[in-house]
Design a protein around this ligand. Structure first.
Ligand code: OOG
Length: 259
């Protein structure tokens, strides 16, 4: 899968879309995850640090928008993080879209035995939750891809921002995040709205899916990781020179600006 990793890496750094691999390269889902992790290894080799995981296609609306049905798991690095209120250079991206999400943070003390075992739950080790937004930017022309294509492309991962963290006492939390109103605004106009319930019925289910997919495909899962639960709505085109804000009722807001 080295050629796949090369093409995707060049598309991202040169800000130039490529044709999807479906129809020109034989790639199984396992191959695609190997390519995803191969791309992350290259980024690590250039000094990036892995800081978390991101789910995709956890909401029916998103899956329908992209014509795929399986939940997928990508990787977040420190270079993908934008501070709350921070600026994103629109010219560095091909055709970015933005999505409203919920982020979880794992305890810095999750035991290695829990991280390594497929059947151990992460929920008891979640210490914080926050409103989040994700910028996706498919490296494929017109955002056209098969499930294998999008997985190899780190599930369209580009950037993410997280609002103020709220304490979340793991499995014994009294903070119910299963049906919180979500709003995505671009320059004060509502661009998408919905509920966190659109994320697998309850965003905490994303933790189960993340663990399952990480165990199956070999993603790192480390103490202190951020886990993005997936979009609550369809993605919206991200314009230049804009202010983008996501509000999640009870969790507050997160904002970025684009140049
Ligand atoms: C893939 C990424 C999907 C989500 O939250 O569903 C995703 C894509 O739509 O390009 O991040």
């Amino acid at each position: 899968m080295n050629a796949v990793v090369d093409e995707l890496d060049a598309a991202r750094s040169e800000v130039r879309p490529i044709d999807q691999f479906a129809g020109r390269v034989q790639m199984s889902l396992d191959d695609a995850y190997a390519a995803l992790l191969g791309g992350i290894d290259r980024r690590r080799g250039r000094g990036e640090r892995v800081v978390g995981l991101k789910l995709g296609f956890t909401s029916a609306e998103k899956a329908a928008q992209m014509g795929v049905s399986d939940v997928i798991l990508g990787v977040l690095t420190d270079q993908m993080r934008i501070a709350d209120g921070g600026l994103l250079d629109h010219d560095s991206l091909i055709h970015p879209r933005v999505e409203p999400e919920v982020a979880f943070r794992l305890s810095p003390d999750v035991p290695a035995a829990v991280l390594g075992a497929a059947d151990q739950r992460l929920l008891p080790y979640v210490t914080h939750v926050a409103a989040a937004l994700e910028v996706i930017d498919s490296r494929y022309r017109n955002f056209s891809f098969s499930l294998e294509d999008v997985v190899a492309d780190n599930t369209s991962g580009s950037h993410f921002a997280v609002g103020e963290w709220h304490e979340f006492a793991g499995a014994s939390t009294t903070l119910d995040v299963s049906d919180l109103a979500v709003e995505l605004r671009i320059d004060d106009a509502v661009a998408a709205s919905g509920s966190t319930g659109a994320i697998l019925g309850d965003p905490v289910e994303s933790l189960v899916a993340a663990k399952r997919l990480a165990s199956r495909h070999g993603h790192p899962v480390e103490p202190g990781f951020v886990i993005l639960a997936g979009s609550a709505t369809a993605a919206v085109a991200l314009p230049p020179d804009a202010t983008v804000r996501v509000d999640v009722a009870g969790l507050g807001a997160v904002t970025i600006r684009t140049s």
